[in-house]
Design a protein around this ligand. Structure first.
Ligand SMILES: [Ca+2]
Ligand SMILES: [Ca+2]
Length: 254
């Protein structure tokens, strides 16, 4: 379910429960306040029949939304932090391909606590290997679904800006350029990048080195693509729906 649809449905439920008057719904039901429900204020049972209907509808809405919320944090990228690739500590190696990733013409260089620390875990990659290279991974993304791409990148330690540079692409043909900031104090100045996109089907996530092709290039780590997190207002409305469920359950037990 799209977050906007969830928002609309929960907003509809919220409109059925006018809690904004400052008088609690519980108190209004006890006083048979006719504005608390659209049923006959003199009859008590119709209140519960009405609330039971709302409870069922709200519960159905909430349960239908739960898989979407649970999947929001699942990373679709395989080996996005490069920790699945075995490299000697304080060492590095160049691979044609690694778990999840297909290397370009000059492969993929994976370093493990060598010339700087990883942003996450111990491993990170560099795509100016023996020359400027690239890597890509085909992601199973759904058409018209929103996703968030994020990763961390930094200039290689002890190099100037001209040899660094990184580009990323979601289709292997349209590239966006990132120019990392200068490092300082002999350590990586990791920067965070994040953007949202709407998939048109499967996504060809790619990265490639730019700048001087001289075996020294930008460090890259912690790549993730996740289902876009619903807006905070959607969470608030879902919580409101769950609160109504709890309220009705308590009423029925009373
Ligand atoms: Ca890592
Ligand atoms: Ca370079």
């Amino acid at each position: 379910m799209q977050s906007t649809q969830l928002s609309r449905e929960l907003h509809h439920e919220a409109r059925l429960w006018p809690l904004h008057s400052g008088v609690s719904l519980d108190a209004r039901l006890q006083n048979n306040d006719s504005t608390a429900c659209n049923t006959d204020p003199k009859a008590s049972k119709p209140h519960y029949k009405h609330t039971e209907s709302i409870m069922k509808k709200t519960l159905a809405t909430a349960l239908f939304a739960l898989p979407m919320l649970a999947s929001a944090s699942t990373n679709l990228v395989v080996n996005g932090s490069f920790e699945q690739t075995a490299v000697n500590n304080n060492g590095w190696d160049i691979f044609s391909n690694i778990a999840g990733w297909t290397g370009g013409a000059a492969g993929i260089e994976v370093r493990r606590n060598a010339v700087g620390q990883a942003f996450e875990g111990n491993n990170f990659v560099e795509l100016d290997t023996t020359a400027n290279s690239s890597m890509s991974q085909l992601l199973t993304t759904a058409a018209n679904q929103s996703y968030t791409l994020s990763f961390n990148y930094a200039n290689r330690i002890g190099t100037d800006a001209a040899t660094n540079g990184l580009q990323w692409s979601l289709d292997g043909s349209n590239w966006t350029t990132l120019a990392p900031a200068a490092n300082s104090n002999g350590s990586h100045a990791w920067q965070s990048f994040s953007t949202s996109f709407v998939a048109s089907g499967a996504t060809q996530l790619s990265f490639r080195a730019i700048g001087s092709s001289d075996t020294l290039g930008t460090s890259l780590d912690n790549i993730s693509v996740t289902t876009a997190v619903p807006e905070p207002s959607s969470y608030a409305l879902l919580l409101a729906g769950m609160a109504i469920i709890g309220f009705v359950a308590r009423r029925r037990q009373a």
